[in-house]
Design a protein around this ligand. Structure first.
Ligand code: MSP
Length: 510
């Protein structure tokens, strides 16, 4: 069983931001989930190094393109390492084998007479790196996605891929494969994009304007349009065309933000059809993060969330938790450092982490540093165990991108019930009386074992903290493949060193 998950490859015209962090962290959660289920996994993420935007960013710093790209690539890689993104392959489109494969794909399509050369006058958005129709622009003539970047008039000779011959076939593919695009809102959006005849896609840029790119194999005066080059990464990563790529390709799922649905849902499938390559299995689309109040994040408003700032203030798992838990499937979600801090303190701190340290510390102190040994279980114990098992079991099943928040919510709900259980059972009082000491041991054992199951599941979401929690419990190594199971924390086992898992974070001084 194989699964190949891709993230977009990110433009390197700036530092990694929260949107980049989001898609790559979600991809990592899905990888950890599927690996727990026993799948062979391939996760690719990386950087998109070509195009005008990157070229201008290098020039603005007065740097040679290669030195600039190396610098940014290192920065992105380091950030993804800090985010605990367990990628198998880090994409760089400046790699020679990638460039050669892109050129070979172009030559194949060119040889089928599907690429034409012609003059084109149009409006160009550098942010999207694409030509726009008037109907794509706002009333002020700006690009809705990049209102601060000026639309440029351009009149150029370029190469174009014929798109219209493939439109009906692509629509049919979407009809025949209801899961090809998910969630449904984005499937419908894509169908709308394909409802009208498609213009030819400009797939080149003259070297007089852009030099940072893959030279066209059939005309050395041009480089490849950055999107054509970038999309091909999903194949070149698995060694297309020479290598043994087909088993991975058959299981490929692209994770993308809604801003890049058109390149992935229209351009890419048509490029593949033109080259005679099967389409990927699935496109999973997510909405965007906005600032508080639903306002688009921007440097001028000052509501941009810097992932590094969040990491420094509260650690990687505060960031992973918020991103994984609070994205809604079909509409934008809000984020700010303050929202992340409050969620971290209330959920990870108060509901999940404190319970572990309270119960583990009490057991450690009163039961000789060991997990207490349970006696007979009551109906309350069994009810809690059942609920916890069901919540954790959500991570022993296949998780698609839109499922993640609800699966985490089930864990939070189970933690709530566990807190109520502890308050009601009050092991601290039970311990005081010789007669109820055995009951106290049972309550503690039930709770510690339930926490073990929850933290085993949470290894998929907050791996660093979950492993730390399991080490505090001195829990035996979880089985692989994994499924949620009770009674794996033996009574009488020594506990590990107990520390605070999610120390409280106060608001930074204004
Ligand atoms: N280089 C192209 C992608 C090529 S893939 C073959 C590109 N790069 S990008 O740097 O602009 O990153 C786009 C991706 O970043 C989005 O699709 C999404 O994954 C993520 N996000 C960017 N802004 C975002 C938010 N505000 N919220 C969530 N994710 C968003 O486009």
């Amino acid at each position: 069983m194989k699964s190949y998950i891709t993230t977009p490859i990110y433009y390197v015209n700036g530092s990694p931001h929260i949107g980049h962090a989001y898609t790559s962290i979600v991809a990592d959660i899905m990888k950890r989930n599927r690996r727990a289920l026993g799948y062979d996994m391939m996760l690719s993420t990386g950087v998109d190094e070509h195009g005008q935007k990157n070229q201008e960013a290098a020039a603005a710093l007065g740097m040679e393109a290669i030195a600039y790209l190396d610098m940014r690539c290192k920065e992105f890689r380091e950030v993804f390492d800090l985010f605990d993104v367990d990628y198998d392959y880090f994409v760089r489109t400046s790699r020679d084998a990638h460039k050669a494969a892109v050129a070979s794909m172009e030559q194949t399509i060119f040889d089928k007479d599907l690429i034409v050369k012609k003059e084109y006058t149009g409006k160009y958005c550098k942010g999207c790196e694409e030509f726009k129709r008037d109907s794509d622009l706002t009333e002020d003539g700006d690009c809705g996605l990049h209102p601060t970047m000026k639309i440029e008039e351009s009149k150029e000779i370029n190469y174009f891929l014929k798109m219209e011959p493939f439109r009906e076939k692509l629509l049919q593919h979407i009809e025949d494969h209801p899961d090809f695009v998910q969630p449904n809102a984005f499937r419908n959006e894509l169908k709308k994009m394909l409802a009208e005849p498609l213009e030819d896609l400009c797939i080149s840029r003259p070297k007089s304007r852009v030099t940072l790119g893959v030279e066209l194999p059939f005309d050395p005066d041009f480089v490849t349009y950055v999107w054509f080059d970038a999309l091909a990464n999903y194949l070149t990563t698995i060694n297309w065309p020479e290598g043994d790529y087909s088993a991975w390709w058959a299981e490929c799922e692209h994770l993308i933000g809604k801003d890049i649905l058109k390149p992935h849902g229209v351009y890419w499938p048509i490029m593949l059809m033109a080259a005679g390559i099967p389409l990927p299995k699935k496109l999973s689309v997510h909405s965007h993060w906005t600032g508080e109040g639903g306002i688009k994040m921007s440097k001028s408003i000052g509501n941009v969330v810097d992932p590094n700032e969040v990491m420094d203030l509260m650690g990687v798992d505060a960031l992973r938790w918020y991103l994984a838990r609070h994205m809604r499937a079909e509409s934008d979600s809000q984020i700010s450092v303050e929202l992340i801090r409050q969620t971290y303190n209330s959920e990870l701190g108060n509901k999940i982490g404190n319970l572990l340290s309270r119960v583990a510390k009490f057991s450690n102190k009163n039961f000789d540093g060991k997990v207490p040994v349970a006696g007979a279980l009551t109906a309350e114990d069994e009810a809690l165990r059942k609920l916890v098992l069901e919540a954790a079991a959500g991570f022993g099943e296949w998780i698609d991108m839109p499922d993640i928040p609800a699966r985490i919510q089930a864990i939070v709900a189970a933690a709530d019930v566990m807190n109520e259980y502890i308050d009601q059972q009050a092991p601290w009082s039970l311990f005081k009386n010789e007669d109820t000491r055995e009951r106290c041991a049972t309550v503690l054992h039930v709770t510690l074992d339930c926490q073990r199951v929850l933290f085993e599941a949470l290894r998929q979401v907050i791996p660093g903290s979950a492993e730390k929690a399991l080490a505090m419990l001195n829990a035996p190594a979880p089985a692989s493949p994994w499924k949620a199971e009770l009674d794996k924390l033996p009574g009488g086992n020594p506990l590990g060193e107990i520390d605070s898992l999610f120390p409280r974070v106060n608001a930074p001084e204004a």
